[in-house]
Design a protein. Structure first.
Length: 263
C-alpha cells in the first residue's frame, strides 16, 4: 500500500502536527440537497450508479494525492491510539470515527485561485461554473461516535470538498444515497468559512460504507480498502478495539519520513 506513504512535501513541524496538523488534509466533498436554494435538482435516478460515480471520483483523487502519513491502517486512527512526534505530547491522529447517516447536504462555498503570484483562494457562490472546488456541508445523524470530540453527539456537521470538474448533480446524489456510513474525521477548524465543521480524512477517501451485516469498507481506497481496514472490518470490531487500553507510538522525522517506534 505505497499510496499511504508517498512523500509529497516537507513534513510539517512536530509542534504543528501535535496540535492538529498531524492529520492529513481533510479535503472532502459534501453535497447539497436538491431542495436547498441555488442547488440544481439532480437528474440521476439510480442510487448505485450515483454512489459508483462518487467513489470513482474519490478514488481518482486519492490515488493522485501524494502525502506522508503516520497511520498505516484503520487501527492507527482509533481514539485510543496516540502518536508522540519528536517527543511532543502524544495525541490521536483523527478527530474521531463516526458511524451514521447523512441526513442533509447543504451548499457551502466554492473557490478558485487568484491569478496573482500568491495564489490565494477566491471565494465564489457554491454553484459557480468557475469553481475549482466546492465545500458542501453534510449533516450526519450519529449512531455511534468514537473519540472525545464526537462521543455522545447526536449529529455533527462535516465539510466535504467536491472537485470543480465533477458533475455536481451526480456527486450530490451519490452522497445522498450512501446509507449508513463510516467516517474518519479530521478535527474541526479546516474551513475558514465555518470553523465548526469537521472534514473527512485522507482527502475524503475515509468516507466509507457500512453493509447490512455491519461490515465496513472504504470504496474510495479502491483495492487498498481491505488492507486498510484489516481485522477491524465491522462496526463491532472497531467499537471493541476503541475500548482497549491507550497505546502510544513514538515517531521521529527523518528525511521527510515518519519513523515509528513500532516499525
Amino acid at each position: 500500500m505505497n499510496t499511504f506513504t508517498v512523500t509529497r512535501t516537507a513534513v510539517l513541524s512536530a509542534s504543528a502536527l501535535v496540535v492538529g496538523a498531524l492529520v492529513l488534509s481533510g479535503c472532502t466533498s459534501t453535497q447539497p440537497t436538491s431542495s436547498d436554494p441555488g442547488v440544481p435538482a439532480s437528474t440521476v435516478t439510480s442510487a448505485s450508479d450515483s454512489r459508483g460515480y462518487l467513489f470513482n471520483a474519490v478514488e481518482s483523487r486519492f490515488n493522485s494525492t501524494e502525502t506522508v502519513t503516520m497511520e498505516q491502517d484503520l487501527a492507527d486512527l482509533l481514539p485510543n491510539q496516540e502518536f508522540a512526534v519528536e517527543n511532543n505530547e502524544a495525541a490521536s491522529l483523527a478527530g474521531g470515527i463516526v458511524f451514521g447517516t447523512i441526513t442533509r447536504v447543504s451548499p457551502g462555498v466554492a473557490y478558485t485561485m487568484s491569478g496573482t503570484d500568491d495564489l490565494t483562494d477566491v471565494e465564489l457562490p457554491f454553484t459557480s461554473p468557475d469553481a475549482m472546488w466546492r465545500v458542501a456541508v453534510l449533516t450526519v445523524a450519529v449512531d455511534n461516535g468514537l473519540g472525545e470530540d464526537v462521543a455522545g453527539d447526536k449529529t455533527i456537521s462535516v465539510g466535504y470538498v467536491i472537485d470543480g470538474a465533477l458533475d455536481l448533480d451526480r456527486t450530490i446524489k451519490g452522497l445522498e444515497n450512501l446509507g449508513t456510513s463510516a467516517i474518519v474525521l479530521n478535527r474541526q477548524g479546516k474551513f475558514a468559512f465555518d470553523p465548526e465543521l469537521y472534514s473527512v480524512r485522507w482527502s475524503g477517501a475515509l468516507l466509507g460504507e457500512v453493509s447490512d451485516d455491519n461490515k465496513i469498507s472504504f470504496p474510495g481506497l479502491g483495492h487498498d480498502s481491505e488492507e486498510f481496514v484489516g481485522d477491524l472490518d465491522s462496526v463491532d470490531d472497531v467499537v471493541k478495539a476503541s475500548k482497549k487500553k491507550r497505546n502510544v507510538i513514538h515517531v521521529d522525522i527523518e528525511k521527510n519520513e515518519y519513523v515509528r517506534s513500532d516499525s
